[in-house]
Design a protein around this ligand. Structure first.
Ligand code: SF4
Length: 726
């Protein structure tokens, strides 16, 4: 009871999909898909009731015909080959999972067991998963699909500001700034309700610059659209910074007072002459000049990035270059100004704070940091020496699956992720997954990855369970249970507890989300992402609480006098909607410039592969499509993959609208119908990545990794395009 139910028939909660985490209410309704009607929740400030089609149809996945409601196990066939998956009891399935993980651990050591999580898991689950891997399995081998999402922005933000929170200000600040440069985000399709912030910005006299190789629905809204060649966003940012210097628009006072490293960053930018940048990016110099004017003239301005510049083998440096532009012009750490990253997945932010990332412990602490290990070990009741060190990044972990080498990962537990569709060089990843000694998957449907499993565990999902998520603003939210799960499903938290018991962990794992959250609060206390002052009750009463939120705020000076009548109890901390206004979170309080230079993508076009491929999402589908491809209304709107290309390229290929095109890269081939439009550069083709099979875009993508963030280069690789015939 209490804050966990709204009382009456309406349950206030949040959408299961993207990082905007739109508020909605759910009402039981006989005959409605999933038994629930979605009701507008206008009081929630982020989306004020607005939802996209994905959110409106989300209950359909709850009671869908393809919903898994019984565990599945695979027996060997008569000749020892892989048999079919068959229904099994929970007892049998859990015994098999524990057995499969323990066997690999016994034969090859704890690091032969891997865990792969997801940015859609609640904070409680992400926390429990990290703890389970490191304590119960004793393995360092955990990472998650969020590595493929925002890791470059996280790395660049941490380098520059000392902490990474997607947006260091609330979305509500956007309409009040003077100019926004939106780099590589198609939010009009990926998170449509967010578009209103930019519409209001324009209504208030502000301007919007969109950087994207395609004229997307978002770019259509822009006052200025810059369409660089994929993989050249870094050069573009440097060219703009060059012009900022050349035109005398640098904020010297801000640089002197609040930053370090300007001399090196300035020197690097000055080597990027506008004419050179035009040649590299294809963006004409007059457009560069116009962008600089629009960005520098108002009092305040912002740069927001998304996957376009981030999913590159130089993603960290690319984001660093955009941050440099903010710092050089005094547009960071000031009201209505700053750099922010638009995180993609539902819990993209919280998912990276609580320990399912290879190098992290809860509270955004680093696993390699002795004090961090000590704090978390104390909360977990173990010696710090018990905690393994950092593990491999997501792609490196997937690449190590089933390898017959001393560091091979022989058994994997996979949750909330579908790498067969969403990982780069997907056919290779699929092959590695097939080579595993043992694969267990927790999911709500039989995803393409679950089909490869030895055991599939049917788990509960968003409206069937309670838990917190942290949206792209760093606002911690409560998603609440609105219906009973189907008989036969169990929560991921329960699964971890039952597995832990079978693997000899005697202390138990809490299965009540609020109890897990209470432990997470203690584990995060004093860390960068400090949740210790946040409670379920506060989240509900305050429409979310922004981290960092320590348990109490520092006393004000007047509270520190020694007047005995002045017995102020420590006041609760209000949370932190805006970061960096007084100081950055670096040791010296200064933001750090990144001395970065342009470099080519890992794969540039050549005679054999003369075109560039870039990938992304469409309005009616979400990520690997495991959920949205099952929703009839969404499938009608976006039934399958396509290859978007310019008419000039289509003419050269002799292709007409709808013709099947084969796109080939050094890693594989994908076939999908042509969609011809002037909204894309003639040297580039685009494919959405939501589908498996023949049209799987990630068959083509390049796993070249960013050296810092270990982000694969999803956004640019070299391809050849031909008519596929029938
Ligand atoms: Fe859900 Fe994102 Fe759509 Fe909002 S924008 S309804 S959070 S998918």
């Amino acid at each position: 009871g209490g804050v966990l139910t709204t009382g009456g028939v309406l349950t206030d909660t949040h959408c299961p999909y993207c990082a905007l985490q739109c508020g909605m209410s759910l009402r039981p309704a006989q005959g409605a898909p999933g038994g629930l009607d979605v009701v507008e929740r206008t009081a929630f400030p982020v989306n004020r009731g607005a939802l996209c089609g994905k959110g409106r149809t989300a209950p359909e996945v709850l009671a869908h015909g393809v919903r898994l409601t019984t565990p599945l196990v695979r027996d060997p066939g008569p000749g020892g080959e892989r048999g079919e998956l068959r229904p099994a009891s929970w007892e049998e399935a859990l015994d098999r999972v524990a057995g499969g993980l323990a066997r690999a651990r016994g034969a090859y050591g704890p690091d032969a067991v891997g865990v792969f999580g997801g940015g859609g898991l609640t904070n409680e689950k992400a926390y429990a998963l990290g703890k389970f891997t490191r304590l119960v399995l004793g393995s360092s081998q955990i990472d998650y699909n969020g590595r493929f999402c925002m890791s470059s922005a996280a790395a660049a933000g941490t380098k520059a500001f000392g902490v990474d929170r997607g947006l260091p200000f609330p979305l509500a600040d956007i309409p009040r700034t003077g100019c926004v440069i939106l780099v590589g985000s198609n939010l009009a399709e990926t998170m449509p309700p967010a578009l209103r912030y930019f519409t209001e910005l324009k209504e208030n006299g502000g301007t919007l610059i969109v950087v994207d190789p395609r004229r997307t629905r978002t770019a259509e809204q822009a006052d200025l659209h810059l369409a660089p060649r994929p993989g050249t966003d870094l050069a573009l940012a440097l060219g703009l910074l060059h012009l900022v210097v050349a035109e005398g628009r640098v904020d010297e006072a801000f640089i002197a007072e609040r930053t370090s490293g300007w001399a090196e960053a300035r020197a690097a930018a000055m080597a990027h002459w506008p004419e050179l940048v035009e040649r590299v990016t294809g963006v004409p110099v007059p457009q560069l000049r116009q962008a600089v004017r629009m960005f520098c003239e108002p009092e305040a301005a912002m740069v927001l990035t998304a996957r376009g510049p981030e999913q590159q083998s130089k993603g960290t440096d690319t984001v660093g270059a955009w941050i440099n532009l903010c710092l050089a012009t005094g547009r960071a750490g000031r009201p209505l100004s700053g750099y922010g990253c638009l995180t993609g997945q539902g819990n993209g932010q919280g998912g990276r704070e609580h320990g399912q990332k290879a190098d992290q412990l809860p509270g955004y602490r680093m696993l390699a940091d002795a004090a961090a290990r000590e704090h978390v070990a104390r909360v977990w009741g173990v010696e710090p020496g018990v905690l393994p060190g950092p593990g491999r990044s997501a792609y490196e972990l997937l690449d190590a699956l089933g390898r017959d080498t001393p560091d091979g990962v022989r058994a994997l537990l996979l949750l909330a992720s579908n790498p067969v569709v969403s990982a780069p060089r997907a056919a290779h990843v699929e092959e590695r997954m097939r080579a595993l000694d043992f694969l267990a998957v927790c999911d709500v449907v039989l995803s393409e990855s679950a089909r490869l499993a030895d055991v599939v565990l049917p788990v509960t999902q968003w409206a069937e369970e309670t838990g917190t998520l942290t949206n792209l603003e760093g606002r911690v939210l409560l998603r609440r249970k609105a219906v009973e799960p189907p008989a036969g499903c169990r929560s991921d938290l329960e699964v971890l507890n039952l597995l832990a018991a079978r693997l000899g962990w005697e202390k138990g794992f809490p299965t009540d989300p609020e109890e897990v959250f209470e432990e997470l609060r203690r584990a995060s206390a004093g860390g960068k992402a400090d949740y210790s002052g946040i409670t379920y009750r506060r989240i509900v009463e305050e429409d979310g609480v922004f981290w960092p939120c320590p348990e109490t705020r520092a006393p004000a000076p007047e509270e520190l006098n020694d007047d005995p009548s002045n017995d102020h109890a420590p006041a609760p901390h209000p949370g932190t909607p805006r970061l960096f206004l007084d100081r950055f979170a670096t040791p010296d309080g200064r933001a750090r410039f990144a001395p970065v230079s342009h470099r080519p993508s890992a794969e540039e076009p050549d005679e054999e592969y003369p075109l560039l491929l870039t990938t992304g999402r469409v309005l009616a589908q979400y990520q690997s499509g495991a959920q949205t491809r099952r929703v009839a209304r969404l499938n009608e709107a976006a039934p399958g993959p396509f290859v978007q290309l310019h008419p000039r390229l289509a003419e050269r290929l002799g292709a007409a609208e709808g013709d099947r095109l084969a796109v080939t890269s050094r890693r594989g081939r994908a076939v999908a119908p042509a969609r011809i439009t002037r909204d894309i550069r003639p040297d580039t083709v685009f494919m959405p990545f939501h589908w498996p099979g023949e049209g799987r875009a990630n068959s083509l993508t390049n796993p070249a990794l960013d050296p810092t963030s270990r982000m694969p280069e999803f956004k640019v690789c070299a391809v050849r395009v031909e008519l596929a015939g029938d």
